[in-house]
Design a protein around this ligand. Structure first.
Ligand SMILES: [Fe+2]
Length: 243
């Protein structure tokens, strides 16, 4: 179960993922009056067609400009309503809004991480050679890199309904690697560091792959950003700095 207190902290700490707010709508203005910055949609670090042929431009544009934008918009609305509910002392409304914040806040966090852990196939960033430290730990944990890929792919294929698969570096002194899945838009919590994640919602692949989920899982390996993965693993990424 996700601890909502941690999620709030997590959301707050991730606010700079999106950069400064330029949103001038009413929700943003109301949040500003309350001393809160509205979350904004982060720009993709590549063009919509950059991940072709593995992920089509049509999917990327809808996924980023429509789906991710909706999570951001609904997160801001929920935060605005939540602040108003706190001011009004309306505990029932605050409780009702927790699930909305969790869903849309998680959607914002997960997609912000996802875009950055993808890269055009054949690019330097998409080369496993960029992740020497991480790969050594993967081989130690799963016996071989192929063994890890098999285990991770199986975890992705095992997700029922909508969710995400993650390679995480565990919190604590051991800091070992672990494969986890999260349901719907639940983010990774509890101090574990997401090294990379794969969106297993149908909106991530259906327009191109239809019911061929296995082909999407097979092809996603071509567009993993191993430079980003290594940075997160080594604690050098901006997300890690913000945590
Ligand atoms: Fe998605």
């Amino acid at each position: 179960m996700v601890n909502i207190g941690s999620l709030w902290q997590y959301l707050a700490l991730h606010s700079t993922l999106s950069g400064d707010s330029t949103n001038t709508n009413n929700t943003a203005n109301n949040l500003a009056k309350m001393g809160l910055a509205a979350y904004t949609l982060p720009a993709l670090p590549y063009a919509y067609d950059a991940l072709e042929p593995h992920i089509s431009a049509q999917i990327m544009e809808l996924h980023h400009a429509r789906h991710h934008q909706a999570y951001v918009t609904n997160l801001n609305k929920a935060l605005e309503s939540h602040v108003a509910a706190v001011a009004a002392g309306d505990v029932a409304a605050q409780i009702a809004l927790q699930q909305v914040v969790k869903f849309n806040g998680g959607g914002h966090i997960n997609h912000s991480l996802f875009w950055k852990n993808l890269a055009p196939a054949g690019s330097e960033d998409a080369s496993v050679a960029q992740a020497k430290g991480l790969v050594a730990e993967i081989e130690k944990t799963w016996g071989s890199f192929d063994g890890f890929k098999t285990a991770f792919s199986a975890a992705l294929m095992g997700i029922q309904g909508s969710g995400w698969g993650w390679l995480v570096k565990e919190a604590g002194n051991g800091a070992g690697l672990r494969i986890v899945t999260t349901k719907d838009q639940d983010p990774v919590v509890g101090g574990d560091v997401p090294v990379f994640g794969v969106d297993m919602w149908e909106h991530a692949y259906y327009l191109q792959y239809l019911n061929g989920k296995a082909a999407y899982v097979e092809n996603i390996w071509n567009v993993i950003n191993w430079r980003t993965a290594e940075e997160r693993f080594a604690g050098r990424s901006e997300e890690k700095t913000e945590l």
